[in-house]
Design a protein around this ligand. Structure first.
Ligand code: KIV
Length: 261
């Protein structure tokens, strides 16, 4: 059953949905087979799949290339393309680049970071028929100016988040990511928002959650960020499998008769 934006919006106030990122056909197939309703082709591509230390090096061309593959792997899920750093610096850039996600990669929607300051871009995209997922709170693309500071720790900051939320809702976003927000504030924002909130490091009070698939599957070899949890340790399995293969080749056990013509 194909997920639609309208259907996704109905998760507001219901049982929370588990959502993931994916970066290629293989990981999108995992998500599709598990029945994930919405898959984000996140700019975390840069860190988790391309080995960079921040998300800033993700480019539009790289995002499109990976989003096309995710689309093929998860035909029934909503596929959201994450607008990379500087791809929506102006409203014109935002419309042109968001259009590429829909036209070239077959995405259903785009996501972009920013609240009040990005409301004009969100409104312009929505006016062109491009569904937008907003992203407020901790914004990794602003790491050079703000760091990775948790948001909502003071009443003033909680009020600023409220203004960001109101701005993206008024601009027409169909959902909003709350990243790195203290749980009490995220729950208040969720109660205030007419659209689904998706938490990342924002407690369990949101309408849905994102987890980066590489973290969920245990594909990395470094420590996880506090907001992430591994439900499998596939990197360890992969290393063990490759080591077993190499040992069998050395011992002339592979290929054996069964795997030879
Ligand atoms: O790129 C990403 O992984 C994100 C998170 C919100 C999941 O933007």
């Amino acid at each position: 059953m194909k997920w639609t934006i309208r259907k996704f919006r109905q998760c507001k106030g219901g049982e929370p949905l588990g959502l993931v990122t994916a970066y290629d056909y293989v990981t999108a197939r995992f998500a599709a087979r598990a029945g994930v309703p919405l898959v984000l082709v996140g700019d975390s591509l840069a860190t988790t799949a391309l080995g960079h230390s921040t998300t800033l090096p993700a480019t539009m061309d790289a995002m499109i290339h990976h989003a096309e593959a995710v689309r093929r792997g998860a035909p029934d899920a909503l596929v959201v393309g994450d607008m990379p750093f500087l791809s929506y610096a102006t409203v014109e850039d935002a419309v042109r680049n968001a259009g590429r996600f829909l036209r070239e990669a077959g995405c259903d929607a785009v996501k972009l970071e920013g609240g009040v300051s990005k409301a004009p871009a969100i409104a312009a995209l929505v006016a062109e028929g491009i569904p937008v997922q907003a992203h407020i709170g901790l914004q990794p693309q602003s790491v050079k100016s703000t760091g990775y500071a948790v948001r909502g720790r003071t009443p003033d900051d909680a009020a600023a988040l409220g203004r960001d939320l109101d701005a993206v809702c008024e601009a027409g976003a169909f959902s909003v990511v709350l990243e790195g927000v203290v749980p009490e504030v995220a729950a208040e924002l969720t109660a205030r928002a007419p659209i689904p909130t998706i938490g990342v490091g924002a407690g369990s009070g949101c309408d849905a959650q994102y987890l980066v698939l590489a973290d969920l599957l245990g594909l990395g070899d470094g420590p996880l960020p506090k907001l992430a949890k591994s439900y499998a340790h596939l990197a360890d399995d992969a290393v063990a499998a490759i080591s077993a293969y190499m040992a069998e080749v050395s011992a002339r056990k592979f290929p054996d008769a069964e795997h030879s013509y």
